[in-house]
Design a protein around this ligand. Sequence first.
Ligand code: C5P
Length: 221
Amino acid sequence: MSHANTAVIIPAAGSGERLGVGIPKALVEVSGQTLLERAVRNISAVAQLIVIAAPPGFEEQIKKFFTEPSVVVVTGGKLRSESVANALKVISPDYQFVLVHDAARAFAPTELAERVLSELIQGQRAVIPALEVIDTIKVVNAEGFVIDTPDRSALRAIQTPQGFAVDVLKQAHATGSDATDDAALVAQLGIPVKTIIGEPLARKITTLADLTWARELVGQS
Ligand code: C5P
């Protein structure tokens, strides 16, 4: 499924410090393909334009991965929100929908993006994939003491791609606020954010254990 007015933003400017491999995480290879290339290939079927926020200094290297004119590379920022805001600047108001998808969630299937987009086409303005949490989650203070145990049944682990009406995401980023996901900025505007069932394959590659999972997934351990 594709919709004629859909753009995708791929924030890929993270340093990957927690992975500790010395290069930006998006450029780490799994079975001969970088996480960024996989993320782009897996989502390209739903988009007419893909904007990648590259780690500063890696723009030219990344441009060489993608020869298609529908892929545009911009420079990312220090914070994820800045990277998304930089990418949003090149998306014209002619686009109706935008999906923001972490390069680090390179194995998210196309079908997940299609389900997000389908909700937007049906009129939702903000749609995010969510998984029930398995562990009990606690809020702790700076000294490490527990101060709260939220009801687990109401908690969700949130993934990407997150989908928005373009005007909604532009309004959310115009505030200049920062958050770890785009839906948080949209929710601050009072706009309802709908969750749909997420996908274990959309796991964020963050640690070496995640990278091992990815390599086993593609049969390369
Ligand atoms: O740091 P974290 O794992 O939450 O990053 C999620 C995604 O956001 C990754 O794909 C990363 O490359 C991207 N990112 C970015 N600009 C930053 C920080 C993270 O594009 N300054």
